[in-house]
Design a binder for this molecule. Structure first.
Ligand SMILES: [Zn+2]
Length: 277
């Protein structure tokens, strides 16, 4: 079913797909989201209820896959710890703004190990002037939204993969059927979770006042047009940006960054080691 929705009709009829033709899971979820929000069936016989059930199953699959994949990664936390330690002076004087498109908790937990508390996520608390502010524009594995009162509750550890089996209580109302907050980039506006625009707005404010931006492992993919537009609008607000540094391993990326930031761009294509530059 997953593959049938998006692959070529001829191949679909033959039932043969190459590995490269299997779509990314977020592409499939985006397609289903689009169908749900427009009330359009993807295959004959589909109805809205079926698509909603399918979407829930896919989010569960994605949460469980991330949970298992990350358990093996979490042993390698040195880079993240070093990165957070290197920013500690800045965190104590003016605060550090980090924008992340990852659902995982590697940075969150590195911040916790350093400060004994989770970062400011920009959800429902006032922005602190110091410390670590982490804006997760696509949601997080430790966030859950209440479908009744629409509040996002945060947990100290991954919770998304458990929400379908264990009930978690909303902190603002009596509801116990919280749902994961894992957002696919193209359908952001259709999620209608009131607290998410706050996160985006705080990220926008941080970008608009930054004199230096450091991009780590981000390839500026065209599907992220909402993020790219956010960055472009923000840097033109106050024109404070002086420096852009790109840390990655793909040497072709620098040209893509130069199209947006011109000669402000410098790069380190040896990959992320936890050092600041
Ligand atoms: Zn609630």
């Amino acid at each position: 079913m997953l593959i049938h929705i998006v692959v070529d009709k001829e191949k679909r009829l033959k039932g043969k797909y190459g590995a490269l033709e299997i779509p990314q899971i977020d592409e499939v979820i985006s397609t289903i989201d689009w169908a749900i929000s427009n009330n359009i069936a993807l295959l004959p016989g589909d109805d809205l209820q079926y698509l909603q059930k399918l979407r829930k199953s896919l989010i569960l699959l994605m949460s469980k896959t991330l949970d298992r994949a990350l358990s093996t990664h979490e042993a390698d936390i040195t880079k993240h710890d070093m990165f957070i330690s290197n920013l500690s002076n800045l965190s104590e004087t003016q605060g550090v703004d980090i924008i992340s498109l990852n659902y995982d908790l590697l940075l969150d937990h590195a911040i916790y190990r350093k400060t004994q508390k989770l970062p400011h996520y920009g959800l429902n608390k006032k922005r602190p002037n110091t410390g670590y502010r982490l804006y997760k524009l696509h949601g997080s594995l430790n966030w859950a939204v209440c479908p009744f009162c629409q509040q996002i509750r945060t947990f100290s550890d991954k919770v998304a993969h458990k929400l379908f089996e264990t009930q978690k209580r909303c902190q603002s109302c009596i509801s116990t059927n919280l749902e994961p907050v894992l957002i696919t980039p193209t359908m952001l506006k259709d999620y209608n979770i009131p607290e998410l625009p706050r996160v985006w707005n705080e990220a926008f404010q941080a970008l608009s006042t930054a004199t230096k931006l450091v991009f780590v492992g981000y390839s500026l993919p065209p599907a992220d047009f909402a993020i790219i537009e956010l960055i472009k609008r923000a840097i033109h607000m106050k024109l404070r940006l002086e420096e852009v540094h790109v840390i990655d391993i793909d040497r072709d990326l620098e040209d893509r960054y130069k199209k947006i930031f011109g000669n402000k761009v410098s790069s380190n294509m040896n990959g992320f080691s936890g050092e600041l530059l």
